[in-house]
Design a protein around this ligand. Structure first.
Ligand code: GLY
Ligand code: MN
Ligand code: MN
Length: 433
């Protein structure tokens, strides 16, 4: 760990200390215990799926893989870390990271899962319902998941500290190495699995560590928004590749998408991909303090309408493409979301004061409706897809869609380009240039 990052982490912990003290006082609480969580074995089996710690736990310690552990915050005292470290000859025993930040915590290595004993002026947050009776008993005096506390702690994660930004920058750097290797594997006629393995190798991570399952879609699979498989054999024709894949660094997530054009794609597809990269850049340039994210999302739809018209995919006005919902069939997801310890980070659909800001009815998949502020980190991910399931209802309406041209693109699946962007005092910083 570099000295710079360590200094930033100490400042981050101080900021958390102060903020938690204020929030706990306001809520009339003496302390809060944050459970990291644990993974349960599959039904009737003895092994469990990959684990990822609770965001508020990682906000303090960044240990994304620390199961059955606790952070306890009591203002005026060092934060307490109860790190589960069983004596177990089947697995490598957990040890403390050899990093200087551990000095900032009062740490206990627990051989048994150990819940802290708490008073009635304490709160417990996390997925504690599945804890055994002994641990439940230790916690029983405390207040479970008080909503006002959760709302305030979620809000604290919205504006990133310099330490968090450094982590997100590093997560992006690692993910970008993966994306370069994925592109090379595609050029080398790899199957989806080859692209996936190239990505994991170059970004130095095993599959259980990724912040979300990598989306690696060739051809029509590029039009399945969260495509979840990896074909083992390369297809006969190679129209397109969409890779949506990230990386975690000290808990913080990168979420990057790139679309590549294959040798068998129609010319118009290559031009559309260039247009989408241009649209992504234009939207990134529009980011700054006090910008409404919903306005940016609407700007994306107007520009998508423009692209549909200028490429002769839609033979009517830009306004009608938006008003009649045509662009929504070509891009059914939102422009982006908050990014941090979770890929879809908390508090995207509420205001600073906690009041709900739901997505508008016509854009139900939009995950961020806030006014942008310096320190927020968002994704910008415009898309243009040719999804038969969404195009079919348009075919039943009298719309000026150039169906032969649209149908010629179905094999290409779709295009998405996604960058991670920090809102700064003067505008933005693109973490994914
Ligand atoms: N990787 C999921 C998303 O882009 O939101
Ligand atoms: Mn995203
Ligand atoms: Mn993504």
């Amino acid at each position: 760990m570099s000295e710079t990052l360590f200094a930033l982490q100490l400042a981050h912990l101080k900021r958390l200390d102060r903020a938690y003290a204020g929030i706990l006082e306001r809520e009339g609480l003496e302390s809060v215990a944050i459970y990291s969580g644990h993974s349960e074995p599959f039904f009737a089996d003895d092994h469990a799926p990959a684990f990822q710690a609770y965001g508020h736990f990682m906000h303090w310690v960044g240990l994304a893989g620390a199961e059955r552990s606790w952070v306890v915050i009591k203002p005026g005292q060092k934060p307490q870390l109860l790190l589960y470290a069983p004596s177990d000859f089947w697995h490598l025993t957990t040890t403390l990271p050899e990093e200087p930040w551990i000095e900032a915590f009062d740490i206990t290595l627990c051989k048994e899962p150990t819940a802290p004993a708490l008073s009635s002026k304490a709160a417990v947050i996390g997925d504690v319902e599945r804890l055994d009776a002994r641990q439940q008993k230790a916690l029983s005096g405390a207040q479970f998941m008080p909503q006002a506390l959760i709302t305030a702690l979620d809000e604290l994660r919205v504006i990133k500290s310099d330490y968090e930004l450094a982590c997100l920058r590093e997560a992006n750097r690692l993910a970008k190495a993966g994306h370069q290797a994925a592109k090379a594997a595609f050029i080398g006629v790899g199957a989806e699995l080859d692209v996936q393995l190239a990505y994991l190798g170059a970004s130095r991570q095993r599959e259980s560590m990724v912040p979300y399952q990598n989306i690696v879609g060739l051809n029509g699979h590029a039009g399945v928004l969260h495509y979840q498989h990896y074909d083992l054999t390369p297809p006969k024709h190679r129209y397109s590749l969409l890779v949506d894949a990230g990386h975690r660094f000290r808990g913080y997530c990168a979420d990057i998408t790139r679309t590549h054009v294959g040798p068998d794609a129609p010319e118009i597809f290559a031009a559309l991909v260039v247009a989408l990269y241009g649209l992504k850049n234009e939207l990134v340039q529009s980011i700054g303090p006090n910008v409404e994210f919903l306005t940016l999302h609407q700007q994306m739809h107007r520009r998508l309408a423009n692209i549909l018209v200028s490429f002769d995919l839609y033979k009517d006005s830009v306004e009608s493409a938006v008003d009649l919902g045509v662009t929504r069939a070509f891009c059914p997801h939102g422009l982006g979301h908050l990014l941090g310890l979770q890929v879809h980070d908390v508090a995207g659909l509420k205001s600073e004061s906690g009041s709900p800001l739901p997505a508008p009815e016509e854009h139900p998949a939009l995950r961020l409706t806030r006014t942008l502020k310096p320190g927020m980190v968002v994704t910008i991910e415009p898309g243009l897809y040719f999804i038969p399931m969404l195009l079919a209802p348009l075919k039943e309406r009298e719309l000026a869609i150039n169906w032969p041209l649209v149908d010629s693109l179905i094999n290409c699946g779709g295009i998405r380009v996604e960058d991670n962007v920090v809102v700064t005092e003067s505008g933005f910083e693109n973490l994914t240039p």
